[in-house]
Every structure is written in structure tokens, then in C-alpha cells.
Design a binder for this molecule. Structure first.
Ligand code: PMP
Length: 422
């Protein structure tokens, strides 16, 4: 069957033909290719067409698709350990490795990024005995009710649910603040400081397109949360083991109280985790009073793939330099091409995470800036690139990723296709 027939039939059986909305290419005039297989930096659709993949499953596939060593580990595990719902040695190994790399005491594994952030917030509420959560507009932390909030204009106005099915009550303790805006966070703490359980932030946002926090902003969040006894949660679901081995924390040198992971730590299988200091983590059941559980949490196959991925990333010291070099080359060359075409743009990049914003602004520092982009131009760009074998996000408000399997030749192909965009 060709892509279109499969996708059309999928629409009869799955809402929008997909299991997660962005995959449907809503707003684009092309249908999403139906992907059959992947190897290294490439993916192939049901019609046998090859694409250079800059989505990488939205981040996890940093070693490229079906890395031999990672797959070997998973198969070995699968032969003898599918699921037990019992302690395993493998999960201990992964827990120790993550704690060692990120310098935290303890970790709890879950099955998705959403579960990780949702559970971290519950833990922060349990630990502080407070209810309010500060979240930044443009940051995405999964589909947990309390995060599905569209902010009214300005932080002091009433929140509106950002999705049908979210009761107003579920978001009444969510405070939306502006990213990279110290004054705004100050106002929030002056008003509600003693009630704030936690501030959750993507230290390098990837979900309004790539927008790194400034050093001053993250330092300020660390100070103000310390001052008011609130917890600081870094959502490193996307950035963990991506922007550096030690995530954004390593780049900024700021230690959060809690951190959430997913994506890379499962090597391409469903995963998530949250961790932090012992005194906070020991609030979790079965030893503490904050209840959180999961039948599949710490599943041996997922854990072995995550372990193989992280071990490889840790042992090959050169991967992150390699990613930086290739990404930086790509970044500079895109600048040259778009300048030649007189297309206004801003590129934000943090290591191998990058977004080309089609905008007349001089910089993109927050959600308000990101929203000013020329969505129609992005749509045409995405259609052109994807049709010509460059698989990237159908939406302006996402990141583009590189893997260690991408080569200079792959980037040259990307650049050639971009040159033909008009
Ligand atoms: N937090 C961040 C920063 C994310 O990027 C995402 C997903 N892209 C999530 C949380 C939610 O993760 P999941 O889709 O695994 O539930």
C-alpha cells in the first residue's frame, strides 16, 4: 500500500490517523509519509523513499536509528527478561549511571515524559506541603491537566484551560509566567511565594522552538526558589544527555532540586524518570507518603536499551564535540543561504538542538517572540524540505536534532535542498 492509502485508512481507526497529534502534519499541504524503517541517520517510508531524519523520534535517537550495540543489548534482554514487575539488577545499573552523571541521589523510573513531570510536581507538592506550581508560557511538560493551561494576557489574569476536558479546578494552582523574564517571576513570588511548591522549567526550551534560558534567568530561579523554600524542577526530558552528557544542568552549572528525564534514557523505547536529593525522593511510596506506581516502570528491555545508549554516550568522550561541530557548521551554512535569499530569520541552537525561526525579529527569547514567526513561510519550507527527502518538523515550534550518525555529506544534502527553496 502507498503512504496515502495507509494514512487515509489510519484516519478511520485512529483519531487524525495518528497516536500523537504533531504526526498528522496539520496545516501542511502534504500528507505525512508513513515510516517503515530506520537505520542510522535515515528513515524509509512505505514506498521505499529515503529521508535524512532531523526529527529523530523528537529527540531520543541520538545514536541514530537501530544502533547495532543498543539493539543487541535489547534482544539479549528480551530473550530472558520481558517484564516481571519485580526488582532487577538492570534497573539498579541504570539508576546508578544516571545518578552518577547528573549528580543526584535517587531516581524513580516511569514510562513517559508526561508521567515524569506529573509525578515530580506531585512529589514537590507533597514535600513542600504547598499547592501552587509555576510554569512558563511556551514550555511543554506533557499532557498532564495542570500543565494544559493557556495563560490570559499577563500573568496576573485568570488561566483558561488549554484543552477541552480540563476542569478549571485542575489549573487553579498553576501560575503561568514569562520565560526569560526575571521581573515577572519576581512579581509572581511577591504575590504567591509562600504558596509555591515548585517552579518547573525547560532550561533550554525545545517546545516553542529552541529557546535557551539565559544564565541570569536560571540563576535567578535558583535563588528565588531557595529563598521561598520552593523546589526548582528542571524538565530535561528533551535536553538530558542531548545538549551535553549532563544535560542543561552541566552547561549552566545550576543544580535543580528535581529533574525529569525521558527520550534518550530509553534508547528509543517508552520511558521516563525523575530524580533528585535523597530527602525529597524518600517522600515517595513505599517509604514516604507520596503515592506513585507503574506496572511497566523500569521495564528490563527499556532499561537495557537506555543503559546501552548512556554507556555508549559516556564512554565515547568525542560524541558531543562531534555533534557540536556538525551542528555549528549546519547553523552557519543555513545563515549564509537564507541571507542570500533575503529571508528574515533567527536561528537558536544549543548543541545538536536547533530551530530556524522565520521572523523579522532580531531575537527569539520567549513565547511572545516565537509567536511572531511567519508560520506560512515555515509551512512552505517544511513542505519543500520533506518532499525533497529532508525529514523535519511540520511545525515551526519544535526543535531539529542531529545524531552521531549524521555526516557532513548529509548536511550538504540538507543545504542543497534548502538552496532550492523559494
Ligand atoms: N517535557 C518535555 C520538555 C518534552 O519535550 C516532552 C515531550 N516532547 C514532555 C515533557 C512529554 O514527554 P512524553 O511525550 O514522553 O510524555
Amino acid at each position: 500500500m502507498n503512504n496515502l492509502n495507509i494514512f487515509n485508512e489510519s484516519k478511520r481507526y485512529m483519531p487524525g490517523g495518528v497516536n500523537s497529534p504533531v504526526r498528522a502534519f496539520t496545516g501542511l499541504n502534504i500528507n505525512p509519509p508513513v515510516i517503515k524503517s530506520g537505520k542510522g541517520a535515515y528513515i524509509y517510508d512505505e514506498e521505499g523513499k529515503k529521508y535524512i531524519d532531523f526529527v529523530l523520534a523528537w529527540g531520543p535517537m541520538i545514536l541514530g536509528h537501530s544502533d547495532e550495540e543498543v539493539v543487541e543489548e535489547a534482544i539479549k534482554t528480551l530473550r530472558e527478561a520481558q517484564a516481571f514487575g519485580a526488582p532487577t539488577y538492570l534497573e539498579l545499573e541504570l539508576a546508578k549511571l544516571i545518578c552518577d552523571i547528573y549528580k543526584i541521589d535517587m531516581i524513580r523510573m516511569v514510562n513517559s515524559g508526561t508521567e515524569a513531570t506529573m509525578s515530580a510536581v506531585k512529589l514537590a507538592r507533597g514535600y513542600t506541603n504547598r499547592d501552587k506550581v509555576v510554569k512558563f508560557s511556551g514550555c511543554y511538560h506533557g499532557h498532564f491537566d495542570a500543565f494544559l493551561v493557556a495563560a490570559g494576557s499577563g500573568v496576573m489574569t485568570e488561566n483558561i484551560p488549554g484543552s477541552a476536558g480540563v476542569p478549571k479546578d485542575s489549573i487553579k494552582n498553576t501560575i503561568i509566567a514569562n520565560y526569560n523574564d526575571i521581573e515577572n517571576v519576581k512579581e509572581v513570588f511577591e504575590k504567591w511565594g509562600e504558596e509555591i511548591a515548585c517552579v518547573i522549567v525547560e532550561p533550554v526550551a525545545g517546545n516553542m522552538g529552541v529557546v535557551p534560558a539565559t544564565m541570569e534567568f536560571l540563576n535567578f530561579l535558583r535563588e528565588i526558589t531557595n529563598k521561598y523554600g520552593s523546589l526548582l524542577i528542571f524538565d530535561e526530558v528533551m535536553t538530558g544527555f542531548r545538549v551535553a552528557l549532563g544535560g542543561a544542568k552541566e552547561l549552566y552549572g545550576i543544580q535543580p532540586d528535581l529533574v525529569t528525564f525521558a527520550k534518550i534514557i530509553g534508547g528509543g523505547l517508552p520511558c521516563g524518570a525523575y530524580g533528585g536529593r535523597r530527602e525529597i525522593m524518600e517522600m515517595l511510596s513505599p517509604i514516604g507518603s507520596v503515592y506513585q506506581a507503574g506496572t511497566m516502570s523500569g521495564n528490563p528491555v527499556v532499561v537495557s536499551m537506555g543503559l546501552a545508549t548512556l554507556k555508549k554516550l559516556k564512554s565515547n568522550g568525542g560524541y558531543y564535540e562531534q555533534l557540536e561541530q556538525l551542528s555549528s557548521y549546519m547553523h552557519r551554512q543555513i545563515e549564509v543561504i537564507l541571507n542570500n535569499k533575503s529571508i528574515p530569520f533567527v536561528i537558536n541552537r544549543c548543541g545538536s538542538m536547533m530551530t530556524v525561526f522565520f521572523t523579522e525579529e532580531n531575537s527569539v527569547k520567549n513565547y511572545e517572540d516565537a509567536k511572531k514567526c511567519n508560520i506560512d513561510l515555515y509551512r512552505r519550507y517544511a513542505e519543500h524540505m520533506i518532499t525533497n527527502g529532508i525529514y523535519l518538523s511540520p511545525s515551526q515550534f519544535e526543535a531539529m536534532f542531529l545524531s552521531v550518525k549524521h555526516t557532513k555529506e548529509d548536511i550538504e544534502i540538507f543545504l542543497d535542498v534548502l538552496k532550492r527553496f523559494h
